[in-house]
Design a protein around this ligand. Structure first.
Ligand SMILES: [Ca+2]
Ligand SMILES: [Ca+2]
Ligand SMILES: [Ca+2]
Ligand SMILES: [Ca+2]
Length: 466
């Protein structure tokens, strides 16, 4: 009886009670403690901006054999760091190396703005003339890149976390499957449909479970709320979250995601009212773990008592080497003393995310706690994808604007971190989940507003993370 009751406990979405739409048109949000004020999109213009990058030129940098001597093990991966411009980079020899057998001596990284061939294979001769093959990984820390998406200027969150600087190294998350555990996603959206995970072994609409994973015709994921193979978003929350992580970017249309190219697995367990059961959440997490998602975004929570079965599912993801990014919650409380789950579970694979404002304040609604919240990321007045049709959830919330819209909450903060994790991990798939987490947590921008509020005292900075 006790478990039945707990199992029916509703999880709820972590949109702020004061969605930005209402902030803008009605009374404004209550002031945040200390340095707050009304949340407004006009603050985009006051967010830090880097100087406009100049036209980059090819640069010559020394061949940096950071991974060891050139006579090292064939196939060894070496990290090359290039800076000061964009490709083509020419890596020239340093003394004592022998020669590079790429052509006649120097190795040139092909031209390109993004999507550089991040790995390549070259042959290097040591001083004795012995040839070894080396697999190289290229970090091209060139000039910042702004995508050509027409609504990109509204995305103050991406500017704040230095995404445009990170993209000069890599903007592609295709090597990492990202699970969006939420209300579903509008997979017909022109800014999302080409960035979806597709189950590679499943034949859709033939009525059979071709890959024997327990789900028939699960092409994009699954709808655990309604127990069907169509995870279309009948709310709006999941579509918004998906766009922040990985909207199709640099396509001269709509917004940019943190990832320009991505594989988003749609795991719907919250229904058209934004509610879901613990048992469906567990099934969604387990599907992600079993089907190859390396990172899941979990912009939901609100459980005030710990449920062991839910933590067990997160532990199974941890044991599989996967990250679980979770919104810290919107109660405005210290969840070290007033816990909310799943953010307050102590799993090592959890990254718990609070919400920041465009002026690097702690959002008034954001939960905090130096044990149970790791960092903050932009969450207030975030512009992202919205369903292309009027959904039940939109009608119930009074949203009439389709395609793109503003939302606020720790729900909007977590996807920035999820996208960052996927960027770091795609750049180097050999990293462990712990290394990816450390890369994000060890490279935040510390700010007074977050000091003694979250573990790292800081806000996400993607560029510093890799
Ligand atoms: Ca299947
Ligand atoms: Ca099938
Ligand atoms: Ca459905
Ligand atoms: Ca776009």
């Amino acid at each position: 009886m006790r478990f039945l009751k707990i199992d029916q406990f509703s999880a709820y979405l972590l949109c702020a009670l004061c969605a930005s739409l209402f902030c803008l048109t009605l009374t404004g949000c209550p002031a945040a403690g200390g340095g707050g004020g009304t949340i407004t999109i006009s603050s985009v213009s006051s967010s830090p901006q880097d100087p406009t990058p100049g036209i980059p030129s090819a640069s010559t940098v020394p061949l940096l054999l950071t991974g060891g001597a050139p006579s090292a093990i064939p196939g060894q991966t070496l990290d090359f760091e290039a800076s000061g411009g964009q490709a083509p980079y020419t890596f020239s020899m340093v003394s004592g190396v022998g020669s590079i057998n790429a052509s006649t001596g120097d190795y040139t990284v092909p031209a390109g703005t993004v999507g550089l061939p991040r790995t390549d294979s070259i042959k290097v001769e040591d001083a004795s003339g012995n040839t070894v093959s080396l697999s190289i990984r290229i970090h091209a820390n060139g000039a910042a890149i702004d995508p050509n998406d027409t609504l990109y200027a509204s995305e103050w969150g991406l500017a704040t976390i230095k995404a445009r600087d990170a993209w000069s190294t890599s903007a592609d998350c295709n090597d990492i499957v990202i699970g969006v555990i939420d209300t579903g996603v509008d997979y017909t959206h022109s800014d999302l449909k080409n960035n979806l995970w597709k189950n590679p072994l499943e034949i859709s609409q033939n009525g059979s479970d071709d890959d024997s994973n327990g789900y028939s015709d699960d092409l994009y994921g699954w709808d655990f709320a309604n127990d069907d193979n169509d995870p279309f978003d009948d709310h709006y929350h999941g579509t918004h979250v998906a766009g922040t992580i990985g909207a199709v970017s640099n396509n001269s249309s709509g917004i940019s995601g943190a990832c320009w190219r991505s594989k988003l697995m749609i795991l719907k367990f919250l229904d058209s009212s934004g509610s879901g059961t613990i048992s469906d959440a567990i099934r969604a997490i387990d599907y992600a773990t079993a089907n190859g998602a390396k990172v899941t975004n979990n912009s939901w929570g609100g459980l005030t008592s710990a449920v062991q079965a839910l933590q067990d599912a997160i532990t199974r993801a941890q044991n599989a080497g996967d990250l679980f990014v979770v919104a810290a919650g919107n109660s405005g409380v210290n969840i070290d003393s007033i816990p909310e789950y799943p953010a307050a579970y102590n799993n090592a694979n959890i990254i718990s995310v609070g919400a920041s404002t465009s002026t690097d304040g702690l959002a008034y609604y954001s939960n905090y706690g130096t044990s149970n919240v790791d960092l903050v990321a932009p969450g207030s007045s975030i512009y992202s994808t919205f369903p292309t049709v009027s959904t039940t959830g939109m009608r119930n919330a009074g949203f009439s604007t389709k395609n793109y819209n503003w939302l606020s909450g720790t729900s909007m903060a977590a996807p920035h971190v999820t996208g960052a994790a996927a960027l770091v991990w795609s750049d180097d798939p050999s990293l462990t989940s712990a290394q990816v987490k450390s890369a994000l947590l060890d490279n935040v921008d510390t700010k007074a507003a977050f000091t003694n509020k979250v573990l790292t005292d800081g806000r996400l900075n993607i560029d510093n993370a890799y």
